[in-house]
Design a protein around this ligand. Structure first.
Ligand code: ADP
Length: 447
């Protein structure tokens, strides 16, 4: 089922025409209304009139997060203040936040894209949606909220946290769909186990998860633990918020559709900025095609992923693969590039290890060291009949030493890096309280 069938299945040639026309308008609009873009285009000697179609997009300069910071708070806004309907900020924790603004029309498109996304996720009018994304300056809460209302769902605006209450409401209301971060969905799964609540006492059918990178093992954990189909929703405040792309519930694992009529995606080499061929990973770059309050040209998201067209898919729009990580989250360990999702992929192969893990990066002299802190899977831990895990215990327990050495070897084979493994008892790693989870502790930054 589609929310906007003509758009979602538009033949590619027609989609290109639409994108070309919108890009021409967007470039001229920005040149006229935002001094930053006028200057940037002049400096790059790009005459807006020379941008004829989407193929010319490569001639436009990139915009970066620093441009938003340099123009804090309202320097990139293209409309008079009285036309602004809402202001959000990114959830960034250090320094000034990056500010984004929306006109009424922008919010309308935001809701439309989220309604489209929720439909692809399997949501239908009449269903109850529990929105456990944080409300506030973060775009997740309100973004999902209005999109679900637009689709005709009943929204429970519970926001993140208070897991016990979340479960009570889910049970009492017969909630059909849950929206939250994947790590918070796992927190809910664990709380069900802890309280001995049968997932079948809930009516949940769908989980729409995003705002942070996640992998197939988390999907398997959430699907089994909550009895749902879990799909990926992606977005960022600078471009709009959640609903820039969404995975279809019947095409799980094949990537998330990017709503190309509004957001033109490119994947470029992180060093040269050169566009990458389909399927090759690089930095995801977006140009907004219809935004009015704060449009961005070739915005460098810093997210690393691939793009591909899926001829077997229901829709014509391009798909993005799972985010491997952010370019600024990429660890460089003894000269080797490492994303935490690579470690997560290895963890997936060891069912005696849980998906609760953290990477601790430190420096010993000139040597970078990575320690994988990971909890044992709770069933396996209980079978062992131990209370603590120490090097002695690992030596004495054949199952534990097999696991230990098996993991250390596999991680070296897959990433090319030797890492330490620190096995922990279930519950030792901090859980998501509803927001984004930090998987990396890099102690080198304090050097
Ligand atoms: P902040 O940059 O402060 O986190 P946002 O709340 O706008 O601000 O977050 C957007 C970022 O969150 C994206 O650029 C991406 O790194 C991450 N993100 C959002 N959705 C997903 C997803 N489904 N998978 C992986 N990462 C995601």
């Amino acid at each position: 089922m589609f929310y906007q069938p003509e758009i979602e299945t538009m033949p590619l040639a027609k989609l290109r025409e639409l994108q070309s026309q919108r890009l021409r308008e967007q470039v001229n609009y920005l040149y006229k209304n935002v001094p930053f873009y006028k200057r940037q285009l002049d400096e790059a000697s790009v005459d807006p009139a020379s941008i004829k179609g989407i193929a010319d997009i490569r001639r436009l300069p990139f915009s970066k997060k620093t441009d938003l910071r340099d123009n804090y708070p309202f320097g990139l806004i293209a409309v008079p203040q009285k036309e602004i309907s809402r202001i959000h900020c990114s959830s960034g924790t250090t320094g000034k936040p990056t500010v984004v603004a929306y006109t009424k029309g922008d919010l309308d498109i935001f809701s439309e894209c989220v309604a489209r996304s929720l439909t692809a996720a399997g949501c239908r009018p009449g269903m109850i949606m529990q929105n456990a994304y944080g409300y506030g300056l973060f775009t997740g809460g309100l973004g999902l909220h209005y999109g679900a209302e637009r689709l005709g769902m009943a929204v429970v605006p519970v926001s993140g946290g208070m897991t016990e209450r979340q479960i009570m409401l889910m049970k009492d209301f017969g909630t059909d769909a849950l929206c939250c971060t994947p790590s918070y969905a796992m927190t809910i799964v664990e709380e069900l186990h802890r309280k001995g609540i049968d997932k079948n006492s809930l009516k949940l059918k769908l989980a729409i998860l995003g705002a942070e990178p996640w992998t197939e093992s988390i999907r398997a954990g959430v699907e089994a633990g909550l009895g749902v189909l879990a799909t990926n929703i992606y977005g960022l405040s600078e471009i709009m918020g959640p609903g820039v792309s969404q995975e279809d519930y019947e095409e799980k694992g094949t990537g998330s559709y990017i709503w190309e009529d509004h957001f033109f995606p490119e994947v470029v080499d992180r060093h040269t900025g050169e566009p990458q061929p389909e399927g090759r990973p690089g930095v995801l770059v977006f140009t907004t095609l219809t935004k009015k309050a704060m449009p961005l040209l070739r915005y460098w998201t810093n997210d690393i992923c691939t793009l591909h067209y899926d001829k077997g898919g229901k829709r014509t729009h391009i798909k993005m693969g799972q985010i491997l990580g952010r370019a600024d989250d990429m660890l460089i360990i003894r000269g080797v590039n490492l994303f935490h999702t690579q470690v997560e992929a290895v963890l997936e192969e060891f069912n005696k290890l849980s998906t609760n893990y953290q990477l601790l990066v430190s420096r010993d002299g000139n040597m970078d060291m990575v320690t994988v802190n990971v909890e044992l899977e709770s069933g396996f831990f209980n079978e062992l009949g131990i209370d603590t895990i120490s090097p002695e215990v690992i030596k004495e327990q054949p199952h534990l030493s097999e696991l230990y050495y098996g993991f250390v070897k596999k991680i070296k084979d897959n990433t090319g890096l030797s890492m330490h493994l620190h096995l922990l008892v279930p519950g030792a790693i901090p859980r998501s309280e509803g927001g984004k989870l930090n998987r990396i502790i890099d102690l080198r930054k304090k050097d």
